[in-house]
Design a protein around this ligand. Structure first.
Ligand SMILES: CCCC/C=C\CC(=O)SCCNC(=O)CCNC(=O)[C@H](O)C(C)(C)COP(=O)(O)OP(=O)(O)OC[C@H]1O[C@@H](n2cnc3c(N)ncnc32)[C@H](O)[C@@H]1OP(=O)(O)O
Length: 287
């Protein structure tokens, strides 16, 4: 534990994650995810737009992939590349994630990626889903989801991967991990992230019944932190971010790191990641 704390102070949580995942239990070095991600990005029109305000140190990442910002392999690759660039940019301390689409934040994993694809392709896709979560949940930046539309399944995972959630106060927008309703099961690290957000019992009910919550109900169980009118979601996120950035980065990062290390299963460890990948590749293959 002393090592973990020393490393968290030095590298932040994502530094600890990368240390854990670069060196497997067997001491083997793994290929840097950055390299494989850069190689994979084939898309022509950007699905992500990032604006970094260097005077405030806050970046706004807008998902702009119609019709529903579904998380395809191309989308996830572009998302991770942008996250990685911001993470390495020392002038960037805070990240707000939102959508340019009306009514939808993100529809979650792209269904087409899970249907009739080869095991190799499924494996590559799932690695990108893991990567998205590791990068977001382990980010050194303060992260806020400005949820301006529905956010089921993988969209909910992306939201709870952030430090704080502000949702538009519209009962027609829903959020939740609804996997069981689709006949699939949320992986253990989706569960951990939900438990860390809403607590054990609410997470258990939510996962087993595959509940999608309206914005007001999501606020009641703590799945989101705040509701605001549609036209105020971004300005509220900016105001909230300035409060988060008033805290010294190292203190916030270490606090988050200790909390996550104690409360999250070991996906950052290379062997756990590979195990999860195998299970999911087989599940997706047989869907
Ligand atoms: C073993 C695996 C573990 C799995 C872990 C995670 C699982 C997931 O994330 S699975 C994805 C689950 N997602 C959903 O259940 C969301 C489904 N979508 C919706 O509920 C609605 O589309 C949404 C509320 C997001 C938006 O509603 P509308 O604005 O009314 O749009 P439409 O429903 O008319 O959809 C427009 C268009 O988008 C296509 N679509 C919707 N969702 C997805 C998706 N996840 N992946 C790919 N495509 C999606 C939808 O089919 C429509 O297409 P067209 O008919 O061609 O217009």
């Amino acid at each position: 534990m002393a090592n973990v704390l020393r490393n968290s102070a030095k590298f932040g949580f994502s530094g600890v994650l990368s240390q854990l995942s670069i060196h497997s239990r067997h001491g083997r070095e793994c290929v840097s995810p950055c390299f494989s991600l850069q190689q994979r990005n084939n898309s022509t029109s950007p699905k992500i737009k990032v604006d970094l305000d260097s005077s405030t140190g806050v970046a706004v990442l807008r998902m702009q992939s119609p019709p529903v910002n579904s998380l395809s392999l191309d989308f996830l690759t572009e998302f991770c590349i942008n996250l990685e660039k911001l993470e390495m940019d020392r002038s960037c301390r805070g990240l707000i994630i939102t959508s340019t689409l009306s009514k939808v934040f993100s529809a979650g994993l792209d269904i087409m990626e899970m249907y009739g694809k080869s095991p190799e392709r499924c494996g590559e896709f799932w690695k990108a889903v893991q990567e998205m979560w590791l990068k977001l949940y382990g980010s050194n930046m303060a992260t806020i989801a400005a949820i301006n539309g529905s956010s089921p399944a993988g969209g909910c995972l992306m939201s709870i991967g952030c430090d704080y959630r502000i949702m538009v106060d519209n009962p027609r927008y829903s959020i939740g991990l609804n996997e069981t309703q689709l006949g699939i099961v949320a992986p253990f690290w989706f569960k951990d992230t939900l438990v860390n957000t809403v607590g054990n019992r609410a997470a258990e009910l939510s996962l087993e019944l595959g509940l999608l919550y309206s914005a007001p109900d999501a606020l009641k169980i703590g799945l989101v932190d705040q509701l605001v009118p549609e036209d105020q979601v971004l300005s509220t996120a900016q105001d909230t971010m300035s409060k988060w950035l008033a805290i010294p980065d190292h203190a916030r990062q270490i606090d988050q790191c200790v909390y996550i290390i104690y409360n999250t299963s070991p996906l950052p460890l290379d062997h756990a990641r590979q195990m999860d990948q195998c299970v999911i590749s087989v599940c997706i293959y047989y869907i």
